[in-house]
Design a binder for this molecule. Structure first.
Ligand SMILES: Cc1ncc(COP(=O)(O)O)c(C=O)c1O
Length: 433
């Protein structure tokens, strides 16, 4: 039998350290919300491969659609000899995107690629170059996406020079005392001190910060950004890569604010585990670049399209938006009960099933507990639960279980979480004594 220890050694010799692994565990197989490693140990999955598996691992409908597609066409490059399921998926995405303006979509392979293309199109359409993004945001690891990302360590340090004319302003974080008014004032200040709004091509924002810690953008803030973009002719890019496809209880999180994005990036849970991303936008803006300016060899593979079409059917058939809301409420109420016993849980927040808890010392928002958070992730894995940390200060646990997780399994996962929390908090208080 191959062991985790053997694979850790081989990995260290063969693969650069820059691509980090959060757990010393090598997987062999997975079904819905359960994982098994190479040693046969079972885990409850509260990570969904970083928000990719809203409909669970290897959903039978996705597996069936992939198998059927494999028998027909695996690759041809949409730019050379196109195929129908690319069109069918784009038609569906155009219809699903919030707002009355006619939409067009195009497909890529990764989230970062969708972000890069959003920026290209916004620049082409406006003939401007500057961009406003938010501190704590995450938009990907390619050059432009990395520049837009609002965190230097570990994403940007050492990788420069970055794109010019990218400005970061504070994201509203009520738990840390940053209000909607503060964030809007920072943008106005930027227009006074640093950049003419007439030079700004776009504002890009996640409706709920993903890697940044699951802080929810207040709906009035998103509405204010919409108004600002309209006033100055800037393109509003909503990054729904982590929030999309039912995670927040709506198909897209931006729906809570009632605004219409100019461009919207989606990826992750779009295709049930097959690499696929999309850019959906107002047709007039999407049509700005000339033919040949957009594309990619693998962009919108037939396999990805087939899987994504199956995902949309599963979401409707299994009523996963309603389930996302119900699971989110259940999860938040269970975490609140836990918070009464563990004061280290400073805040519980979320939207639908995009739920997080922030770990702090002495109940104080400005005393983050990143070490305890790291220890909790490792302890949870020893107890058979995979969870992810995130957050500007590295002290947030985010919950991203598949929306298809049976309640019994959710309970089992939460019991493992509590066991791990008991272990790490006891160890921390022993160390302090
Ligand atoms: C909000 C957001 N945007 C963009 C990305 C980048 O996506 P990818 O890793 O597929 O390039 C991510 C990935 O975590 C994300 O959460």
């Amino acid at each position: 039998m191959t062991t985790n220890a053997e694979l850790i050694q081989r990995r260290a010799a063969a693969i650069p350290r820059g691509v980090a692994n959060s757990l010393p565990v090598y997987l062999e197989r997975a079904t819905n919300a359960e994982l098994w490693d190479v040693e046969g140990k079972r885990y409850v999955d509260f990570a969904s491969g970083i928000a990719v598996l809203n409909i669970g691992h290897r959903h039978p409908a996705v597996v069936k659609a992939i198998n059927a597609q494999l028998e027909k066409l695996l690759h041809s490059a949409f730019q050379i000899t196109p195929y129908a399921n690319y069109i069918e998926l784009c038609e569906k995405l155009n219809a699903l995107a919030p707002g009355p303006t006619p939409k067009k979509s195009m497909l890529f392979s990764t989230g970062a690629e969708a972000v890069e293309n959003a920026l290209k199109i916004a620049r082409y359409h406006t003939r401007r170059s500057a961009v406003i993004a938010f501190s704590g945001s995450f938009h990907g690891r390619t050059l432009a996406a990395m520049t837009l990302t609002g965190k230097v360590q570990p994403y940007k340090a050492g990788f420069g020079p970055l794109l010019p004319a990218v400005y970061h302003v504070p994201f509203p974080l009520s738990y840390h005392g940053i209000s909607t008014a503060d964030s809007l004032a920072a943008i106005e200040q930027l227009f006074k001190a640093d950049v003419d709004p007439q030079q700004v091509a776009a504002i890009i924002i996640e409706p709920v910060l993903g890697e940044g810690g699951f802080y929810v953008a207040p709906p009035d803030f998103l509405r204010a950004l919409r108004a600002l973009c309209d006033r100055h002719g800037m393109v509003l890019i909503i990054d729904e890569i982590q929030t999309g496809f039912g995670r927040t209880g709506r198909m897209f999180a931006v729906e809570y604010s009632g605004i219409e994005a100019d461009l919207m990036t989606v990826a992750k849970s779009i295709a049930g585990g097959v690499p696929l991303s999309a850019l959906i936008g107002k047709a007039e803006i999407m049509d700005a670049p000339a033919p040949g300016g957009l594309g990619g060899t693998y962009a919108g593979s037939p396999l990805g399209c087939a899987a994504a079409l199956a995902v949309l059917e599963v979401m409707a058939g299994e009523k996963l938006l309603e389930r996302s809301l119900r699971l989110g409420e259940l999860l938040q109420s269970r975490l609140r009960a836990l918070q009464k016993r563990y004061p280290v849980i400073g805040e519980i927040r979320g939207l639908g099933s995009m739920v997080a808890m922030e770990l702090v010392k002495n109940g104080k928002a400005d005393q983050p507990e990143p070490e305890l958070t790291r220890a909790l992730v490792q302890a949870a894995a020893r107890h058979g639960l995979v969870i992810l940390s995130c957050g500007i200060y590295g002290n947030v646990i985010r919950f991203l279980a598949p929306l298809t997780i049976p309640e019994k399994l959710l309970d089992e996962g939460l019991e493992k979480l509590e066991a791990a929390l008991a272990e790490v908090t006891a160890r921390a208080s022993q160390a302090a004594a």
